[in-house]
Design a protein around this ligand. Structure first.
Ligand code: SF4
Length: 316
């Protein structure tokens, strides 16, 4: 099986740009339905443009609709997917198993990725999401090579492995700390829009990065981001379906450089080179730029979370 590089599309320019830089597939967020604010989501007309470009160049498009929908939101969700499906998207990224089941029934040929938000961590979780309709799952972070083989060969599921993401202190998708501090919502075009809860379609306030009082000390919880390198030859050897770069909220220039970097590394590995030591300097430089952007955003989010300001729209 060919391993594909899956890149973020936080806006139209980023979505087209990553495909030009060598990504095999791009994922974008449908307005109101993904685990990011609207600044990093795209409206249907932009998604149509991306789908047309991807189709013309033999690439793929995934659309994230990975919020946990209420029953009243299901008809609108199906209507949205029907529209996106007519543009030729190849798959959706979802969290809610009930919604997944509904989409599997209505769109049998659509790839369904069980989102990182589903926080799949063991074999029984994997079987559960497969029964709900998922065809691809995000690999648990402690996955072994035997499990990769088992999931792909015996369970007949595709696997997605993160090359760039962050390690939440708690289980991603099961953390509700953010909305305890601050949450706000309004209804827009028939859809509840939440701010402060990624599970319901807003951003995470990253409150774990605030100073927590532990009695005597003020502590910060761990939430590191990573960029992987040595996993790539192993993932290619085992035929992992997607190597994914997260980062719709980062600058276009940083994401373009990360995708160009990984395109080069993957192609080098496919040509038989497994010694990647020559790439460490560039990887460290990309990590440094990523951390700089990430720290600035975290500081901005925490400032708003602690203020009395309503969080209707975030420009960070
Ligand atoms: S509050 Fe921290 S641990 Fe929880 S989802 Fe946000 S970044 Fe992850």
């Amino acid at each position: 099986m060919t391993t594909k590089l899956l890149a973020p599309g936080g806006n139209l320019e980023m979505a087209i740009g990553v495909l030009e830089k060598g990504a095999d597939a791009v994922y974008v967020g449908a307005k109101g339905w993904s685990r990011r604010t609207e600044n990093y989501e795209m409206d249907n007309s932009d998604i149509k443009t991306v789908a047309e470009y991807a189709c013309k160049h033999g690439k793929e498009v995934r659309v994230a609709l990975n919020t946990i929908a209420s029953s009243t939101e299901f008809p609108l969700m199906i209507e949205t997917i029907e529209e996106l499906y007519s543009y030729g998207i190849n798959g959706v990224i979802m969290t809610d198993p009930g919604a997944m089941h509904l989409v599997r029934d209505r769109f049998p040929d659509l790839e369904i990725h069980a989102s990182a938000g589903a926080n799949i961590i063991n074999e029984e979780d994997i079987k559960f999401y497969r029964a709900a309709g998922a065809t691809c799952i995000v690999a648990p972070c402690n996955i072994t090579m035997e499990e990769i083989k088992f999931i792909q060969d015996d369970l007949n599921l595709k696997l997605e492995v993160f090359l760039h993401s962050n390690n939440c202190f708690t289980y991603l998708g099961k953390c509700t700390m953010s909305s305890y501090i601050k949450q706000d919502w309004h209804i827009e075009n028939g859809k509840n829009r939440f701010f402060g809860s990624p599970n319901r379609g807003g951003h995470c306030n990253r409150v774990c990065q605030s100073a927590w009082d532990s009695g005597n000390d003020s502590v910060k919880m761990t939430n590191n981001a990573f960029l992987l390198l040595n996993t790539i030859p192993v993932a290619l050897k085992n035929g992992v379906s997607y190597l994914k770069v997260q980062g719709r909220e980062y600058s276009n220039s940083l994401i373009f450089d990360i995708i160009s970097f990984y395109r080069e590394v993957i192609d080098r590995c496919k040509n038989g080179t497994n010694d990647l030591s020559g790439y460490i300097f560039r990887l460290n430089e990309l990590s440094r730029r990523r951390d700089k952007e990430r720290d600035l955003r975290t500081a901005g989010l925490l400032k708003i979370a602690k203020s009395n300001e309503k969080i209707k729209r975030i420009e960070i």
